[in-house]
Design a protein around this ligand. Sequence first.
Ligand code: 9G3
Length: 564
Amino acid sequence: MKQSKTFIPTMRETPADADIRSHQLLLRAGYIRQNGSGIYTYLTLAQRVFRKIEKIIRQEMEAIEGVEISMPALQRAELWKETERLDSFGDELFRLRDRHDKEFVLSPTDEEVIISLLRDEVRSYKKLPLTLFQIQTKFRDEDKPRYGLLRNREFIMKDAYSFHATQESLDEKYLEVMQAYTNILTRLGMHFRMVISDGGEGAHEFIALAEIGEDKIAYSDSSTYAANIAMAEVNVEYETSEEKLKETTKIATPNQRTIEELIEFLAIDPELILKSLVYKIDEELSVVVCRGDHSINEHKLKKALNVEKVELASEQEIEELLGCHAGSIGPVKLPVGVKVFADHAVASVVNGVAGANEDDYHLINVNPERDFAIDDYLDIRYLQEGEASPDGMGSIKFAEGIGIGHICKLGTSYSEQMKGNFLNEHGRAKPFIMGSYELGISRLIAAIAEQFNDEYGLKWPKHLAPFDIHLVTVNVKDEVQKQLADELYAVLESYRYDVLYDDRAERAGVKFADSDLIGLPVRITIGKRAAEGIVEVTFRQSGESIDWQKEEVLEKLQSFFSAD
Ligand code: 9G3
């Protein structure tokens, strides 16, 4: 493609509102343009990368009998009434009405639509298992769209849904999809980890490692254990000190409200503090206790208590319940009926310090069980870096990343609600057993850009780049250069290389800067030695430049592009 004939609007300046490298470079290199908050136009360079990513995804999904379809992004709201999810996503779900005032939603995901499709088409267990996938635009009215393509309101997702007659069949397909996703991300050249995640009856996420990532993972430094920090279990032994239990005493701690102030004021080890919070759980106020050097993981608290929502009580609710401020809450002498849930580590606290439920006072020498009852000991805290890995192998390290894939065993929750049934071998109607799987394709481009760039611009993995070769003439007015460039362009295209031919009448410096920004794997520069049939070849990944005779270009490119 001749650059003078295409649309690649590069920018010299970094747009002010672009706060991460991938966003800055995808804008400056002319890959994307913002059209509104969380709304982007993918320009030709991005489109060409999408096509290469989607080709790899289709190959790997079809290799595990994935069947591609395309479902409507406009969905009848009544389908979401069947799963009672129409209101569960609040403002994040785009809702609209048609001219007949019938209600619709813009697709944020397609569980409802695909079940409505199969319940009318698949009758018998003989037709199962079946895995359907699509590459389609999704809509989620994110509160704070940011980071360019990493969190926007209209995005491209590859979502797949599998339907099974037995749990074994789902377990088998789940592992096949897990391997397919691993193959896809490996072929994309990404640095990623698969981590234990949340969802359905078991789920995993695929995280692209990147400091700016919104996801945090905990992984073992000497095993394959890795989990989204929200899900990471704590499996450590706590030694209990042999110290004699002392008399609980109330002491004055004027204006000491935070754990940090208390540690300072009493000069004690935070491990001795019984940090107590009041949570609203299923509309009931309960006290949740953990050690002062730990913090409550609300995700694990929800799962441990098997409730939909947990929420910290407001100052006013605490005042009404205990007559004190949040910083003075303690588990001792609570009003009758107030449940106490404690993290396992609390059991090994001896002669601890706790709030007295009276401002400006605390209790010392507080001992669980003796001084307050615990309704349940639970694993409800965040795993900490350096602690033993839950699988007992090695210790935990943290890393940030971008969630790019999510696979989940849904089971029958949705199919039961939507009467998505099949007849089993005994002729009895059974709900489809389902799996659902997603890869965020818009995010993938941003994650790859985040992992492959340098101070000059993007550096695409060679088989993902929008073009293989950037053919650049230093001076288009120089007939010898132009003639050699045209000749090489024709030859390279005839050998099916994707060539971006910068034939613009621009200063060489501008061309080189644009070329580094755009980040194609190979640049062939036609310059002052064109008359000798010599071209300068620059490899973007290594930055290495070398002169080649024009006759040896094809053979040497062949070995570069065929090498892993
Ligand atoms: C919504 C809105 C946002 C959502 C969802 C629904 C996330 C929603 C979870 C999933 C799960 C699976 C298909 C592929 C695999 C993962 N955000 N999710 O369901 F209405 Cl506004 O999307 N979906």
